[in-house]
Design a protein around this ligand. Structure first.
Ligand SMILES: *[C@@H]1O[C@H](CO)[C@@H](O)[C@H](O)[C@H]1NC(C)=O
Ligand SMILES: *[C@@H]1O[C@H](CO)[C@@H](O)[C@H](O)[C@H]1NC(C)=O
Length: 177
């Protein structure tokens, strides 16, 4: 085997073992502005954005419909804390809810896949609704009792516990529904 072949193989191994891909998929019916650590990605319905993160990445992901009138309202938040000893991730409704979401660890059989798919906008108490100028409920806030009842796998207040560490996932999918 030539030196250049060995070098190539080593390079490929390093590239494969470094970091993890977090793929954010728009399963929503309209285009979304997906925000990852403050950077916006406009993603068409059925589209995706694949982000290469380091093994030590900590960050958060939110989304809002591209045509939303209220861009700075409460949002469902997905939080990650990657670590070579084990990754933590959660769906947080601490700031409120605007879109259903699911997190799927890929390449693992024993890591949890938190989901919050309930139609919280339809269930939201009037006092906690965020309504746009045409009268549609676009977000729900300050409703931890409702949130934990319909999305028991989500973190709803500062005291609730996120999912335990995941050591076997090779990549993650985040699906906004
Ligand atoms: C209010 O929200 C609904 C649902 O997202 C949207 O279809 C409608 O266009 C919004 N209204 C305005 C004025 O943006
Ligand atoms: C899921 O993991 C497998 C095996 O590591 C990989 O081949 C595939 O590309 C991954 N899929 C996504 C969407 O990341």
């Amino acid at each position: 085997m030539s030196f250049s072949n060995i070098f190539l193989i080593v390079s490929v191994l390093v590239a494969v073992s470094y970091g993890k891909t977090v793929t954010v998929i728009n399963k929503h019916s309209t285009a979304l502005v997906i925000t990852v650590d403050g950077v916006d990605y406009t993603v068409a319905s059925k589209g995706l954005v694949a982000l290469e993160q380091t093994d030590e990445w900590s960050g958060s992901i939110t989304a809002v419909p591209l045509d939303a009138e209220i861009l700075d309202g409460p949002k469902t938040k997905v939080e990650f804390s990657l670590n070579t000893l084990g990754d933590s991730y959660s769906i947080s409704l601490v700031d409120g809810f605007n879109l259903p979401v699911k997190v799927v660890p890929n390449g693992s059989t024993n890591c949890r896949a938190p989901v919050c798919a309930a139609n919280i906008l339809a269930l939201c108490p009037i006092a906690n609704q965020v309504i746009n100028s045409t009268g549609t409920v676009v977000a729900c806030q300050n409703s931890p009792t409702l949130f934990s009842a319909v999305c028991p796998l989500a973190v709803v207040d500062e005291t609730s516990i996120g999912v335990p560490s995941c050591t076997t996932a090779t990549s993650y999918l985040v699906l906004f529904l």
